[in-house]
Each structure stands twice: as structure tokens, then as C-alpha cells.
Design a protein around this ligand. Structure first.
Ligand SMILES: Nc1ncnc2c1ncn2[C@@H]1O[C@H](COP(=O)(O)OP(=O)(O)OP(=O)(O)O)[C@@H](O)[C@H]1O
Ligand SMILES: [Mg+2]
Length: 264
């Protein structure tokens, strides 16, 4: 395969809402059904890389090298313990990249170039980009490269706060440098059904955002939070737990939407 079929950016400028957990488990679910999947970790925190069991010392080539053009996607991708799932890990070098590329006219297009203009293409059917909790140049690069944006929202009181700013940013990117960009969907995460407020949040978000919100809601589940410390996706760590099952269900919704988007 030459070009990636679909590039999905997982973004929300709020911290700790479930971006990385969603990227890892959605990618694992897609790989489990036979897709060739790549996660690009562009968060200097490197949680997606760690959560997939890639030690810091093992990160010889990283997303920093891809963004600066020192490495290509094929050369930077590392296989993970999940068959069919590779990751381009991140390193702390990324913290400085904003300043390093600030003056480059193509500073927002670095990742797009690497993913979409690789001379021999890239051998993945899905690429998921795990963003930092910011609408910075890294996140803009991810949006410029993507077909769609998947937004995790945590089921908490301020869930919708900041969403309009995120959607405006997507709109800006769409109207300027990436006309193909759409919202894949909004996924509600860390839902606790015993909490009345969480139920209210789900209702509010559905009322405001309608069909954009996936039917699947990811429950708060301790197994999901334990998995990264074993360097494994929850789906590998405990397939039967409610969190893993929800991520499998989310993957089938994502695929259904992809088919619709592709046909449109
Ligand atoms: N469904 C869940 N159940 C329980 N814990 C969860 C769940 N989803 C995520 N967590 C935990 O919540 C924390 C934040 O999740 P995660 O790292 O995925 O968020 P993030 O949006 O990527 O954070 P950041 O903005 O720092 O990158 C982590 O400790 C993670 O293990
Ligand atoms: Mg994260």
C-alpha cells in the first residue's frame, strides 16, 4: 500500500481526558481485525510510547526526527508487542521543536509531508496521531496531516469547556490548509454510571453535539488505568474488562463512520 488510507488525529487541548488511552486501544482494536496501524506519538510526555512498552532508551529515532526531516516514517516506526501495530515514539526533544521550526514557512506541514509525501508511501491502513494537551504547533501539524479528528471528552462538569475553541481550530485548518479535515467523532470517556453528574454530562454533550458523539461511552475502569504500567494496551492486558470491551465497540463505530466518509 502506498499512502495511508486514513489518518486520524486524537486531540483535545485539555489534559488527562483520555487521548492517549483512546489512541492506544483504538489502534489495538483496529490491528486486531487485521488493519496495519501506526501510532505517531507527538506528545513530549511520550505516554503512548511508554504505554506501548517502548522504553525511553530504545527510542533511537523519534517523531522529532520525522518532524525535522531527519528520518522518514518507515525508518522511525517501531513494532510493538501488538501484531500489526507500530509506533513512532516521542522524546523530550519535541519540547524544543516549536522554536526550532517557528520560522519555517512550512512549519505546520511537516507531519503532512512525512506521512503523505513519502516517496515510497507508508505501509499502514490507519495512522493515529496522539497529540499533547495543547493547541500548539504539534497539534496543528497533526490536524494538517489528518483526514479526521477524534475528540475524547471526559465525563466531568467542565467537559464542554474548550470544545468550541478546539472545533474553531479544526475549522481554521479546514478552511486554509486541509480541506479534507472532518470530525470523526466525540467519545465520552471515564464515565461512572453511579455518578449523577456524569449522566447529566452525557445528556448535555449529546444535546449540544448530536450525532457527532459516538454511541459508545468508555466507562471508568481500573484495569484501563493499570495497563500502561505494564506497557500494554488495556485490550491486551485484560480483554474482558468493561473498558476493553467499550474500546472494541468504539472501533467498530469508527470503522462504520470511515466507510461512510470514504463513500461520501
Ligand atoms: N476509561 C478509563 N478508566 C480509568 N482510567 C482511565 C480511563 N481512561 C484514561 N484513564 C486514566 O486517566 C489518565 C489520563 O488518561 P490519558 O493519559 O489517556 O489522557 P490524555 O488526554 O492523553 O492526557 P494528556 O493530556 O496528559 O496527554 C491516565 O492515568 C489513564 O490511565
Ligand atoms: Mg496523552
Amino acid at each position: 500500500m502506498s499512502t495511508p488510507s486514513r489518518i486520524i488525529t486524537v486531540a483535545n487541548q485539555k489534559g488527562g481526558v483520555g487521548k492517549t488511552t483512546t489512541a492506544i486501544n483504538l489502534a489495538t482494536a483496529l490491528a486486531a481485525i487485521g488493519e496495519r496501524v501506526l501510532i505517531v506519538d507527538i506528545d513530549p510526555q511520550g505516554n503512548a510510547s511508554t504505554g506501548l512498552g517502548i522504553d525511553r532508551q530504545a527510542r533511537m529515532v523519534s517523531s522529532y526526527d520525522v518532524l525535522t526531516g531527519a528520518a522518514d516514517v518507515r525508518g522511525a516506526a517501531m513494532e510493538t508487542a501488538v501484531p500489526g501495530l507500530a509506533v513512532i515514539p516521542s522524546t523530550l526533544d519535541l519540547l524544543g521543536i516549536e522554536m526550532e521550526i517557528a520560522d519555517a514557512p512550512d512549519r505546520v506541514l511537516k507531519l503532512r509531508r512525512a506521512l503523505r509525501e513519502a516517496p515510497n508511501g507508508v505501509p499502514y491502513s490507519y495512522v493515529l496521531i496522539d497529540c499533547p494537551p495543547s493547541l500548539n504547533l504539534l497539534t496543528l501539524n497533526a490536524m494538517a496531516a489528518a483526514d479526521s479528528v477524534l475528540v475524547p471528552l471526559q465525563c466531568e462538569f467542565f467537559a464542554l469547556e474548550g470544545l468550541s475553541q478546539l472545533l474553531e481550530t479544526v475549522e481554521q485548518i479546514r478552511s486554509t490548509i486541509n480541506q479534507r479535515l472532518t470530525i470523526q467523532g466525540i467519545v465520552l470517556t471515564m464515565f461512572d454510571r453511579r455518578n449523577n453528574l456524569a449522566n447529566q454530562v452525557v445528556e448535555d454533550v449529546r444535546a449540544h453535539m448530536g450525532d457527532t458523539v459516538y454511541d459508545t461511552v468508555i466507562p471508568r475502569n481500573v484495569r484501563v488505568s493499570e495497563a500502561p504500567s505494564y506497557g500494554k494496551p488495556a485490550i491486551l492486558y485484560d480483554l474482558k474488562c468493561s473498558g476493553s470491551q467499550a474500546y472494541l465497540q468504539l472501533a467498530s463505530e469508527v470503522i462504520r463512520r470511515e466507510r461512510r466518509l470514504r463513500a461520501a
